[in-house]
Design a protein around this ligand. Sequence first.
Ligand code: SAM
Length: 628
Amino acid sequence: MALSPVFRQLVDKRVVLASASPRRQEILTNAGLRFEVVPSWFKETLEKSSFAAPYEYAVETAKQKALEVANRMHLKHLRTPDIVIGADTIVTIEEQILEKPVDKQDAYKMLSRLSGKEHSVFTGVAIVHCSCKDTQLETEVRDFYEETKVKFAELSEELLWDYIHSGEPMDKAGGYGIQALGGMLVEYVHGDFLNVVGFPLNHFCKKLSELYYPPPKHTIHHIKHDSIPSVETFEIPSDGECDSSDNTSCKGAKKPNNSGIIHPSGKCINGSGNCIMPVDSQNGVKENTTQFPPKLVQLLDGFKASKALFVSSKLKIFDLLKEKGAMTSVDIASRVKASVRGTERLLDACAALGLLEKTHQGYSNADLADLYLVSNSESSLHDFVLHCDERMWPLYTRLELAVREGTSQNHCPFGKKGEDLFQDFYYQSTEMKQHFMSAMDSIAKVTARDVASAFDLSQFRVVCDLGGCTGALAYELIEIYPEMKVTVFDLPDVISNISSFQPSRQNTAQISFSSGDFFKDNFPEAELYILSRVLHDWCEEKIHILLSKLSAVCKPGSALLVAETVLDEKRTSPARAVLQSLTMTEGKQRSNLEYQQLLEKYGFTNVQIKITGNLLDVILCFKKVSPY
Ligand code: SAM
C-alpha cells in the first residue's frame, strides 16, 4: 500500500491525537498509525459567525485543540510531542453549523431538518509539528479540511423517534453517526465516508506524504539504503535542505556508503547483511519491501537503551556535563573513573538515543538530559532512573519465573524482611529507604501539578494525602490552593525521614506530617482524602480494608481523589501501565469502569475520571449522602 510508508516514517516519533473520539482513534489505529491519545481541553467556543465559511471554523477548532495539547504536554507534563493531530467534524446545512444535540427535542429538530436533503460534513484537521528550542516550544501547523456530501432519505416520524430513542444521536455532530444505526438514514454519500465518521484518512495520508515525501526535483530512481529508519531520517526537509531530488540525501539522512552497498542487480545489502529489495513507489522512490520491522527493532533494543540510560545516570555523566559543558570522551572517562573505550561507546549510545549531543568539541547534554537527568535539576528523574535500575531491572530479569509461577519475585533479588513490599524497602537499609523515597519524590514532582489541577479542589480546606510519602503532592496543592491545609500520612519509617525532601523556598506551615499504618490506624480528619499511586499496589483484601475505612470516615459530601494510570477497557493501553503490571502479583491496574465500580461499591458517587495524558490519571468521587 503506497501510503503506509508515511506511517512508518512516524514510527520513532511521539505522535499524539488530541481527541477523545473513539471513532478517530479507531480509524487511525486500523490504518497502522502508532499514537498516544491526549484529549484536548480546548473548549469549542469559537464564535461561528466570525468565520467566512463553516469549514474555516472546523479548521480553526482543530488547530486550537492540537495547540492546546502541544502546549500542555510541553509545559505541564514536560514532554514535548513531535506531532499533535487535532480534528473537528461539523455538519452544515444551508451554511449553518449543526452542533451536538442538547436533548431529544433538539435531536428531533436537527434530524428533521436533514430529512430528504443533502448536507455537508466537514472535518478540519491540523497537524502540529513541535520542537523544543532552549526549552521553548516551537510549532509549525499544517491544516486542511475535507468535505463530504451526505443525503438523507425522507425520514418517517417513527424512524426518527426510534433513532432518537436509541440514544445514538446525543454525542454526535448533526445528531447522527453514519457508522452505526445512523447509516440507515443515509441515501447516498459523495466523498470520503471516513470523513463523515470523523477523520478524513485519505486526505490525511496525502498531506503527510506531501510533508515527508516532497515531489523529487528530477525523476531519478534511487534506493533507500537503511533498512531500519532512524530518527534523523524523519526530518521534514525544507526546500533548501535537499541537495538533490533524492529524499534520502536530505539533511540527517543516511548515506549509502555508510550503511549499504549497491549491487549491480540493484539490490542493496545493508550494513547488517540484510538484503533489501527496492520496489517503485508512487513518487518514483525505491522502497524496501523486506524491512526489518522497525517496531520489532524498537522492542529488541529497548533493554539496551534502558541499560545505557541507567549506567550513564549511575556514573553521573549528565551531572558532569551540566557542570563542565562539552567534554571529550577521554576527559569524561577520567572523571567518571572508567575505561576510555567503554565510556566512548556509552557516550555514543547516549548520543544515538538523543540524551547527549556530539560535536567536534565533544559531548554535551541534550535539553532532555539537562531537564530530567541532571540529579539536582528541578524536575530531575535521576533518582527514579536509579530506582528502575536497582529495583525494577532485577524483577524484570525474573519475569519468566513470575509468569510461570504467577508469584511476585520481589523476595528473590532483595530478600524478604517485612510484611509487604514497602516494609521490605524500608527495612533493608537506611540507604535503600532513602533511594526509594527519592525515587517516589522525583516522579511525584513531575506528576503532581497534573494531579493537583485536574479538578477544581478549592472547595476543600482540609486534605489528607494517604501514603503521601515525601509530600511532593502536598507542596503542589498548597501552591495552587493557598487556603488548603494538607496532612501527609505515611508509615513511621517514611515520616521520620522527610526532612531532606522539604522544598527550601516554600511556606510549609499549611503542611503537616502524620505517621501511621493506613490499614490499622485512624486517619486524620479531612474533607478530601487522596490516594495517589496507592490502590494499584494492593490485593483485593487490603483494598477492602482501606476503602471500607475511608468510606466509614468520610462524611457525606466529602471526597476522595485517586491518582492512578487508568487502563482502557481492553486493558491494553497505555502500554507503560500494562508493562508495569507484569511484575505485580498482589495488586493490579484498573480500567475506567473498574475504578468506577470499585469506588461505588464503597459508597462513593459522582465518579469523575480525567485522563491527563501524563503518567497519572485522576479520579474524583464524593461520599454518597445517606437517604436517611
Ligand atoms: N503517594 C505517593 C506518590 O504518588 O508518589 C507515593 C506512592 S508510593 C507508590 C506508596 C506510598 O504508600 C509510599 O509512600 C508508602 O510508604 C506508603 N504506604 C505503604 N504502605 C502503607 C501503609 N500501610 N500505611 C501508610 N502508608 C503506606
